[in-house]
Design a protein around this ligand. Structure first.
Ligand SMILES: Cc1cc2nc3c(=O)[nH]c(=O)nc-3n(C[C@H](O)[C@H](O)[C@H](O)COP(=O)(O)OP(=O)(O)OC[C@H]3O[C@@H](n4cnc5c(N)ncnc54)[C@H](O)[C@@H]3O)c2cc1C
Length: 466
């Protein structure tokens, strides 16, 4: 019996091998297409995952773990031959404990399902990537996902207490636990966060939860210059922490005309939330709005749930809305995802716009500006080599602008295959190649046969980059 036949003995029909059923697993949300897997395996328990990995280790079969498949960097596609392990059957919410402020879940739980579940308890799990409808707990931990609430609550790494992980050889290990603090040796939980399926398979997560804010007020502010928008957000952050602070340029605004209209002269907008108990909300809203007014052409605010939701969904759906502005069907969207310290935003934004114009690419700029995160959604015709060269030049320019301002080439989407070169450039610029070597040593220690998501973060052979 070979690998697939042996797996079939315990997974039965949850082993997919028909070509037409495998095709959907070749892609994620990036513009890359992966190899067709030899099989897709759908484990229903940690024990299933252990048995799969023991066999994969024995037969040296490369595996890619897949959650919701919403990766934008090609991190959940197969880069050579091998199999895909889909975690979507492992989607149980196991326990919630409000005293401990902890929820225990399987990795295939979608973030929106978790949000709905916790809402019933007046609580929430803050990491909220705009892809929360499809993204899973396991996938978002593995990419250290951020989101719209990042400015107030941080990102995934701030909310994961412990993880059960199946290693490459099938051993189940427990990193961390459900306690709110722990100081017992290396923080192995932290090591797993952002590891993009290269170190092990997450089979259970212990997540911290938080009471929902009592009330929210949403403010829209419209600006003539990028400098004004950057200065406004920097000043807000100097004095307070908003619940949300999102940035959109004119192209982004033009993709959602039914949701947001803007006054003449507008080139940029900010969406900023204030939150708090009823008694203090007005004061907090006024504090933020008065700063915005100093820089904006106009501001507008609401506490009406329906109105707030309209704006929120428009922002959350921007990736899809911007697709409407493509010139033809060959155009894809390539997404830059950089981060800088908030104080560096005004100059960074200006330099990015200048680089975009200099490189001759068409791109919408938006992002979670409250935590210094800018996305460039670049229109890219993959069949036009010359145009793609310009896109890649802009991606590199934007990444290096971020690094020079003390930031990073990847804020929340991970490295995948798309940003492998950018990661090296960031390390090189900071004279930090030793860190890259340490990362590769960790990968080798966890996965000596290089079967877990081979080619992710580092080139195929994890020793060849530097
Ligand atoms: C429209 C859209 C909007 C987005 N907005 C945001 C945003 O606001 N913020 C943000 O941070 N990201 C965003 N993203 C990127 C993406 O959604 C996130 O990275 C998301 O967290 C990935 O979750 P997933 O379940 O889809 O993971 P997948 O794409 O399935 O996998 C991502 C990585 O995690 C690994 N993985 C998955 N499950 C496991 C597991 N159980 N154990 C080990 N490794 C695993 C995979 O191997 C892969 O490397 C967006 C994407 C889209 C398409």
């Amino acid at each position: 019996m070979g690998f697939i036949e042996e797996v079939r003995t315990f997974l039965g029909d949850y082993v997919i091998t028909r070509k037409e059923d495998l095709i959907p697993y070749m892609n994620d949300a990036s513009y890359f297409t992966g190899e067709m897997p030899d099989a897709v395996l759908l484990p229903g328990s940690a024990e299933d995952v252990q048995r799969i990995m023991r066999l994969a280790y024995k037969y040296e079969v490369p595996v890619v773990v897949k959650g919701g498949g919403s990766s934008l960097t090609g991190s959940s596609i197969l880069k050579g031959h091998g199999v895909v392990i889909s975690m979507l059957r492992m989607n149980r919410i196991i326990d919630v404990n409000l005293n401990d402020k902890c929820v225990i879940v399987e990795p295939g739980v979608r973030l929106d399902d978790l949000e709905r579940f916790l809402d019933g308890y007046g609580h929430f799990y803050p990491p909220d990537p705009a892809s929360s409808r499809s993204a899973t707990v396991g996938g978002s931990i593995s990419t250290n996902a951020g989101g719209l609430r990042g400015v107030a609550y941080g990102v995934t790494k701030d909310w994961v207490l412990g993880l059960d992980v199946v290693l490459a050889d099938g051993t189940l290990v427990k990193f961390g636990n459900r306690t709110l603090k722990r100081s017992a040796g290396y923080d192995m939980t932290a090591l797993m966060i952002g590891s993009e399926g290269t170190l092990g398979v997450i089979t259970k997560a212990y997540l911290k939860i938080w009471p929902k804010p009592e009330r929210i007020a949403r403010i829209l502010a419209f600006f003539r210059t990028i400098d004004d928008a950057g200065k406004a957000i920097s000043e807000i952050k100097e004095h307070t922490i908003p619940e949300m602070a999102e940035f959109m340029d004119k192209i982004s605004l033009d993709s959602v005309p039914e949701a947001i209209t803007y006054p003449d002269g507008t080139n940029y907008a900010l969406i900023v939330d204030a939150s708090g108990p009823v008694e203090t909300l007005q004061r907090r809203k006024d504090q933020i709005e008065s700063i915005l007014k100093r820089y904006a052409i106009e501001t507008w605010s609401t506490t009406d749930e329906k109105e707030m939701n309209r704006i929120y969904l428009a922002r959350k759906g921007l990736y899809a809305s911007i697709l409407r502005l493509r010139k033809n069907e060959n155009e894809y969207i390539v997404i830059g995802d950089i981060v800088v310290p908030v104080s560096e935003l005004p100059s960074t934004l200006k330099e990015i716009e200048k680089a975009r114009d200099g490189d001759g690419v068409r791109s919408a700029l938006f992002g979670h500006i409250g935590d210094g995160n800018i996305h460039a959604n670049i229109f890219a015709d993959l069949s036009d080599e010359e145009a793609m060269a310009r896109v890649n030049r802009f991606m590199m320019d934007m990444a290096m602008i971020a690094v020079k301002h003390g930031g990073s080439v990847s804020a929340e989407h991970g490295i995948g295959i798309e940003k492998r070169k950018l990661l090296i450039e960031e390390m090189r610029y900071n004279d930090n190649m030793r860190t890259l070597d340490l990362m590769k040593s960790i990968k080798h220690l966890f996965d000596p046969k290089n079967i877990l998501n081979r080619g992710n973060i580092f080139e195929q052979d994890a020793g060849s980059d530097s």
